[in-house]
Design a protein around this ligand. Sequence first.
Ligand code: HPA
Ligand code: ZN
Length: 347
Amino acid sequence: MNLASIPRQELPELLCRMPKAELHIHIEGSLEPELIFSLAERNRVQLPYPTIEALRAAYAFTDLQSFLDIYYAGASVLQTEEDFFEMAWAYLLRAKADNVVHSEIFFDPQTHTARGVPFATVINGLDRAIQQAGKELGLSASLILCFLRHLTEDDAFTVLEEALPFRDKFIGVGLDSGEKGNPPEKFSRVFARCRELGLRLVAHAGEEGTADYIWHALDLLQAERIDHGVHCLDDPQLVTRLVQQQIPLTVCPLSNVKLCVFPTLASHNIARLLACGIRATINSDDPAYFGGYLNQNYLATFAALPELGAAEAYQLARNSFEASFVDAETKAGWISLLDAFFQQQCA
Ligand code: HPA
Ligand code: ZN
């Protein structure tokens, strides 16, 4: 395959049309302001913003915490199973439009159970949308339960207990929310328990936190993938390990700029991560808040970084499949689909 033969002006269409997986999307972060307002009205929830425009205008973040405050406020409109279904279905339609063939979706049950919404309401609504996407859109998706790291490990054990009757509806656990001051080791026992239960393990690390958080997520939590992880380049020994073990990073470029992890997309390190041989992927994180869904992340990143061309597009899509938690046969099927797509582009 001669990827160099693909002209640069064909990149945008290629990025949009290529089959891909999304591995880092918080479903509550796909809640668009319009849906927040319609659910608030339906559920009689009072919002601290008078209009959709006023809410959108508040999406000017200075760091992770300034975003999380608004993100948790937005999620407070979700109350019924139908609400969770509608939110997930809207995301899955957008993923389908972006030629996503598989998505591994985070959800934050503690945000909802703390408001008195039963765990069953949350997961049954999300699961129904996923089942429907499989049947009607030919899109496969699975759920990853995230523990909120600003809460305690006991709180994490509590939600894990609530989740276990629904063990067949989620494939793994993750760790999200405010990173600084909430290191991975705070959750080492609950992750060990999840591992015994056969759950897949991921963790946000090295978004705002240092490279040490990535080491600890790997060594103390046994995380199989690192969410964000962009601070790994501060530590050459860590880079060596990530490359040797092919530990995937689920990078979210638009998120990183919105939360001031990088000042601009042009200064983002995704091209360097790939050049080092790290299994990096591109993802949308919280697309309703950060300016775009998956294809928008690809388009804006490639437009800002001239080092990224067709070879990197192929590598990123391939990495997204390699890094997914599906069986080897399914993975191979998607990679064949990707190869066929690029072969056609080269012809
Ligand atoms: N980082 C940490 N927690 C989160 C994020 C994120 O980018 N998005 C939603 N919860
Ligand atoms: Zn995230």
